[in-house]
Design a protein around this ligand. Sequence first.
Ligand SMILES: Cc1ncc(COP(=O)(O)O)c(C=O)c1O
Length: 309
Amino acid sequence: MALTPTKKIWMNGELVDWDKATIHVLTHSLHYGLGVFEGIRAYPASGGPAVFRLTDHIKRLFTSAHVLGIEIPYSLGELVEASKDVVRESGLEACYIRPLAYLGYGEMGLNPIPCKVDVAIACWPWGAYLGDEGIANGVRLKVCSWARHDPRSLPTAAKGTGMYVNSSLAKVEAVRAGYDEALLLTTEGYVSEGTGENLFVVKRGEVLTPPSSTVGALEGITADSVRRIIDDLGFGRVRETLLRRTDLYMAEEAFLTGTAAEIVPIASVDDRSVGDGKPGQITRAVQEQFFKAVRGEVGQYKDWVERVD
Ligand SMILES: Cc1ncc(COP(=O)(O)O)c(C=O)c1O
């Protein structure tokens, strides 16, 4: 998806012009993939743009950095304010925000300890990541041949830049085969997640999701919000359980959740329709409530919405 430039990018404490936000080719993270990032969305709300669970996302950035041994030289509060500055400066009502902490220029070799840590925050307009048609009518998924990386190989609890090689390999395989998105299984064959989304399944009226820590999935902030919405709407508590790919073939409904993707119904997996292939009742209800919540229109979730102005 092509980028639409905005005015400024926050880099190490300063707002710099979009075109000047550049790095040296010998930047450490570019070579060895050790960095952490976030994906956050701002939505139009009464009183100006509002960032969905901004503080929780920045907290996860710090947690990811802690897990990977990266020391971010700013406080949580500073990066929350910097994110708001970037959105305010862009003049956009709705946008995607990308904080990134990476090992900068000056050292080489696999020992990252001496490297300085640089931080940047950009934002840009970004429509539906899996397409408007996907949100409306569902996406076609393919179980891919790449297994989700094992928690013994990489710390799956961290949103680390290099870990997304796994997601990119999976995405390319699915897209080249004509599907919208890939579904990754663990090395044991249990359902893990999409390349950038968590997964929920409805079976016999019960909403199920794989346990993130066991299957190496990221603990999604959208997924956390969706669990609460599902419970509050009266569909019951979401149950964590290990799922096989056939559980998806036999599900009544299934959907993906993520900041970029938002809430996306799954129409089919490996060319087997999920339910009747159309977004189900629970999926629709969750979508409706989520899209109201992110705009600050649901009183009980107003804490999730952090206004820029
Ligand atoms: C691999 C992966 N899983 C799940 C998610 C969903 O997480 P969130 O809802 O916090 O965006 C993301 C997106 O950040 C992701 O990259």
